[in-house]
Write a protein that binds this ligand. Structure first.
Ligand code: FES
Length: 163
């Protein structure tokens, strides 16, 4: 099975989601629901592709899968997650900034996050996500964003203590 995603680089909107499979009808039906669910959405709207949320979506549309068909559903979800992992790998390859690329879903660098935190006095990961989308896709960069916040906020405290 394979998902092919067409993603607009600037806006991170999923323009089109297609799939190919030579699997069973359950797999095809699941892929169909997922492709329809994600097409037209922006990555941050997918809330990290939470497997449980997507599974519920599929089972709401198609009814609960029997135990011996659950693997069809899991294969479909994993294939979709792998497609997004490929997109993140592509973002890393394309990135040419000086500092580290923190959020590969949205192509946001450490430099950009640091600048936003300092300029807007951001204190939480959610505030960073609101400001630049970083952390609002798969969510895997959230610990790194938290680390940046911790370091910068520690520096702020030092400044306050020393002044
Ligand atoms: S790497 Fe996916 S949300 Fe940042």
């Amino acid at each position: 099975m394979r998902f092919t995603l067409q993603i607009e680089i600037e806006t991170k909107e999923i323009i089109e989601a297609k799939y190919q499979t030579n699997g069973c009808g359950y797999l095809i039906a699941s892929a169909d629901v997922l492709a329809e669910e994600i097409a037209g959405k922006k990555l941050f709207e997918l809330h990290g592709l939470d497997k449980n949320v997507l599974q519920t979506k599929i089972e709401t549309e198609l009814g609960e899968f029997s135990e011996h068909r659950k693997h069809c559903l899991q294969l479909c979800l994993e294939t979709l997650q792998n497609a997004f992992a490929d997109f993140r790998a592509f973002q890393i390859e394309e990135f040419s900034g000086e500092k580290a690329l923190i959020c590969t879903c949205f192509g946001v660098s450490e430099e950009t996050i640091e600048k936003l935190v300092k300029t807007n006095l951001l204190e939480t990961v959610e505030e960073v996500t609101d400001a630049c989308n970083a952390g609002g896709g798969c969510g895997s960069c959230q610990p790194l964003i938290q680390e940046i916040l911790d370091v910068l906020n520690e520096k702020n405290y030092d400044i306050i203590e020393n002044s």
